[in-house]
Design a protein around this ligand. Structure first.
Ligand code: GRG
Length: 290
């Protein structure tokens, strides 16, 4: 598959997702300040990496789009909620996200906190309403597990604990698995679960993919620009954060990224209809290159 074929297919999945999200949120009253704040961040121009991966994986497992879209929207709402909260003054105190002012800059801190909460609540409400069988209930439990204290939220707290303190590679990998990889893994594991399947190798791959994704983000924070990234960069080093760049150095992270990429590509070779996912790995690692 060529890069332009890949990008065309990516934009088709993204369009399906955007149309669905527009339909769902179009029904919600935007005159309400809380809903307006939720929509501001949800429609601020994210890449929709998680929904696209979920739609593609669903297709590979033979799941109809109507069965996966509610989960794809739930996952993107949880991700957006985490970005709103991560940008708050009490956390990263950032003013730029997805190329626009952060939620609390526009709506104030109190509404931004509640908009993050409301997106999280909406995610479960929406996915639950679509549950018409035990496999979808199982998928919903996975979404909750990947998000909660053993996943993204717990990882964020660990991340804060190790701010400005000495950590090592083992600690870093544990934080990244929880903070970043588990939510990304949901994009692969939820369609698999809805299809009534379970495979440890796919879960291992999805965690490695999450690590690769976070390493690329760390490298971008060290080497890219705010214009290109649509968010503040250079903060990790300024705040002495525990990152892959701190542990491996810039060249070391590049080597780790190549190693993880080869590892992921190797797994995908054994995975049916994986051309799009192979290209995805290349795209995500090249997208932030200088
Ligand atoms: C619960 C507050 C809280 C945080 C959880 C998700 C997270 C941890 C923090 C947000 C910032 C961060 C470094 C996340 C790591 C994963 C990552 C690189 C997210 C950015 O995801 P993209 O590139 O963003 O998919 P867009 O804007 O395109 O959706």
């Amino acid at each position: 598959m060529t890069e332009s074929e890949f990008l065309k297919e990516y934009s088709e999945y993204k369009r399906s997702f955007e149309e669905y999200a527009d339909r769902v949120f179009g029904r919600v009253d935007a005159a309400d300040r809380l809903v307006s704040a939720m929509k501001y961040s949800l429609f601020a121009g994210g890449k929709r990496v998680r929904p696209v991966l979920m739609l593609k994986t669903a297709e590979i497992f033979g799941i109809a789009e109507r069965d996966i879209l509610p989960f794809a929207l739930a996952l993107e709402c949880i991700h957006t909620s985490s970005l709103i909260h991560d940008d708050l003054p009490a956390l990263d105190n950032d003013t730029l996200r997805r190329g626009v002012a952060t939620n609390h800059v526009v709506y104030g801190e109190a509404v931004a906190i509640l908009a993050g909460d409301a997106l999280m609540n909406f995610a479960y409400e929406h996915a639950l309403a679509s549950c018409d069988g035990i496999n979808k209930v199982r998928a919903l439990k996975i979404l909750a597990d990947m998000t909660g204290s053993g996943g993204m939220l717990g990882g964020q707290v660990l991340d804060m604990q190790y701010e400005s303190s000495d950590g090592n590679e083992e600690v870093l990998l544990d934080i990244y698995e929880k903070k970043t990889s588990k939510l990304l893994a949901a994009a692969f594991i939820i369609p698999e679960t809805i299809a009534g399947k379970s495979d440890d190798a796919l879960y291992d791959f999805s965690l490695k993919f999450g690590r690769l994704f976070q390493f690329v983000d760390d490298l971008a924070d060290a080497c890219s620009s705010a214009d290109k990234m649509g968010k503040t960069v250079g903060k990790d080093e300024a705040e002495n954060k525990l990152t892959a760049v701190k542990i491996y150095g810039v060249d070391g992270v590049k080597r780790e990224i190549s190693r993880l990429l080869a590892n992921c590509e190797n797994f995908l070779k054994s995975f049916d209809k994986s051309g799009f996912l192979q290209c995805f790995m290349k795209w995500i690692t090249g997208v932030y290159e200088n």
